[in-house]
Design a binder for this molecule. Sequence first.
Ligand code: UDP
Length: 349
Amino acid sequence: MANRKILILGANGFIGSSLVWKILTDTDWEVVGADLSDNKITESLKNPRFKFSKKDIVKDRDWVEEQVKECDTVLPLVAIATPALYVKDPLRVYRLDYEANMEIVKMCVAHRKRLIFPSTSEVYGMCPDEFFDEYKSNLVLGPIEKERWIYSCIKQMLDRVIWAYGNHEGLQFTLFRPFNFIGPKQDDIKAPQEGASRVLTQFSHNIINGKTIKLVDGGKQKRAFTFIDDAMDCMLKILENKGGCADGKIFNIGNPYQEYSIRELAEMLVELVGEYPEYAENAKNAKIEIVPSEDYYGKGYQDVSRRMPSIKQAEEILGWKPATDLRTAMKLTLDYHLLGKDYELERAK
Ligand code: UDP
């Protein structure tokens, strides 16, 4: 594969850290990374093909622009992507996710770089389609007072601007839409940000610490969970871009074969945590409480009852298919946090 130089902003995030690792282990490309911290990339930092700097994309704009000029492909992965924060601090989400990222989109246009941009499964909002289709589904958002939708709306606008730059000013781009990625480096289940973590982190934390699991609105809402490794296989195919197959396209990255309700997720997790002797007692005594979403998240919240990707695009164009079931994905995540077992490192040995 021809040598490439990829810029990953947000290299220490969940997707960023996993992608840096994937690129360094599966290709001979160079990676330039930036983030505020580096705790998830300690292994990757040892690789001479990875150049990392502690930078803030908002404050270090000039530095970012220099890197954009030096690299051929840009992945701006810096964003707040936690529903609880959309409601608590929508302006922080706006400033970072929209304003700061739009600057980087413009840099890619100005310097004619390939842009691979994270859209989101949230853009489909409350779309009633059985399978969300990148090109056919309507994007359905709630009223303005439901502040949850600010993230979805920001990402939709970015999608539309990037699409327009592609169509009218020749920007080479690909948009990808993650559907509930899960895996070891998502957040630390031993120290979740109270009320601000993704569901798997929060539930795991509560079970291992003997705290009650809070099922928002009864937990009937469903999600299709995608193991990070499967997602990274897809991302690598997008990056490879054989014959330009990913140019100007949108890809859902999700696992439609692993749809579970949030209640089912809670029950499966209790069972799995019960398999670790140190936490078996707490798992046995785990309690589930139903809480109204308004109490849990506040007034500005509105849930998505079902979020199911169509992955026909990724299957047909990229030849990708997810392979990991939810139970295995959760087990690998729990092993990482509870036993300190890192499957990535073990596999690389
Ligand atoms: N949820 C819950 N209890 C919690 C945290 C989340 O019942 O302690 C629910 C939440 O209301 C949503 C689902 O779990 O329906 C998934 O939430 P997450 O924050 O992971 O992200 P989302 O899939 O909504 O983007």
